[in-house]
Design a protein around this ligand. Structure first.
Ligand code: DAH
Length: 339
């Protein structure tokens, strides 16, 4: 009888339809079925009372086993039939396990910067990517005939607006909106009409910072920049300022970071110079303060523009800027899910 159970089980596992299950039911439990006729075909005269009793018990057990197994198989077959019919899918199949996404390296670096600046009391401000010519150029001391506009060609809308060329476009908007004193950063996407190569893209990310108050000097600028860089790279950093020209700051600087890979000895990353040119910055030009409705006699401030894309390339060792926007999952999946 044990063998019969096994045989029934194996036949049922092959039966995929209700009809096939029914055939098996007839074969075992039908009027002339194997189990039904088991008692008839047994010669009870040769069995003792004990043996008869044991046989009866086992037979009953086999019958109920077969009935249960058949009912279960019938239900399974019906469920899979309904699932297939209603959705075209076999809903009884096991599901495939979901894949966890990861954050884009620009998001990671932006989140990190926001946390660091919030720790220093800066507000994170969102800003428009499609801008008025006024805020992108005129209000940051770049009037229509200024030669520096040449370096920032961009995409123009038919209504005269443009895709902002830098996050500096939000400086005057922020002064208008928040007034002074103010401490804010505005990270975001910028655009330029450039042909792409390993280090140029028409779409990239910057993070602008602006601090305006009474008595703000270059010392405040250096302190904030050093805090930022030492937290990003998790070590003490050495920086230096060189003169740099940007129409919206006076004086303007290029802030260099002593190479973190060779500690200033000279290597391929710093092209043997020991320094990496990293953050353009300066003290906000009085004209820009005036455009923002701020009295330059009373207030002063500093501004800086961090290339988020560039910083991500340095921090994560990404060799080609075009990888950021290529949408290649093999690239994106290498970064952590969260920080
Ligand atoms: N807006 C400049 C650019 O995209 C970067 C920059 C330079 C921003 C100096 C600043 C600054 O705030 O002070 O090239």
């Amino acid at each position: 009888m044990l063998e019969m159970k096994e045989q029934l089980k194996s036949e049922l596992s092959e039966a995929k339809t209700a009809e096939a299950v029914e055939q098996i039911r007839i074969k075992y439990l039908g009027r002339k079925g194997i189990i039904t006729t088991l008692a008839k075909n047994t010669d009870f005269s040769k069995l003792s009372v004990e043996e008869k009793k044991a046989f009866g018990g086992k037979l009953n057990e086999l019958k109920s086993f077969a009935e249960e197994a058949l009912t279960a198989a019938k239900e399974m077959a019906a469920a899979s039939h309904v699932a297939k019919k209603s959705t075209g899918l076999d809903l009884t199949l096991p599901g495939s396990s979901g894949k966890l996404g990861s954050l884009h390296p620009i998001s990671l670096i932006q989140m990190e910067l926001e946390t660091i600046f919030q720790g220093m009391g800066f507000t994170v401000v969102s800003s428009p990517e499609c801008e008025l010519e006024y805020y992108n150029f005129d209000a940051v001391n770049l009037p229509a005939d200024h030669p520096a506009r040449e370096m920032q060609d961009t995409y123009w809308m038919t209504n005269g607006m443009l895709m902002r060329t830098h996050t500096s476009a939000n400086q005057v908007r922020t002064m208008e909106k928040m007034g002074v004193p103010l401490k804010a950063i505005f990270p975001g996407r910028c655009f330029r009409n450039e042909s792409a190569d390993m280090s140029h893209e028409n779409t990239f990310y910057q993070c602008e910072g602006l601090m305006v108050d009474e008595n703000i000097s270059v010392a405040n600028l250096i302190a904030v920049m050093k805090t930022l860089l030492s937290e990003i790279f998790h070590r003490d950093v050495t920086v230096r300022l060189r003169p740099g020209f940007f129409p919206f700051v006076e004086p303007g600087f290029e802030l260099d970071l002593q190479c973190i890979f060779c500690s200033g000895a000279g290597c391929s990353t710093c092209h043997g110079t020991g320094w990496i040119e990293l953050i353009p910055c300066g003290l906000v030009h009085p004209n820009v303060l005036k455009f923002g409705g701020v009295d330059p006699e009373k207030y002063s401030g500093f501004a800086f523009g961090v290339g988020l894309t560039r910083l991500a390339m340095m921090k994560y060792g990404i060799p080609d800027i075009r990888l950021f926007n290529a949408g290649d999952l093999r690239f994106n999946e290498q970064f952590p899910v969260y920080i």
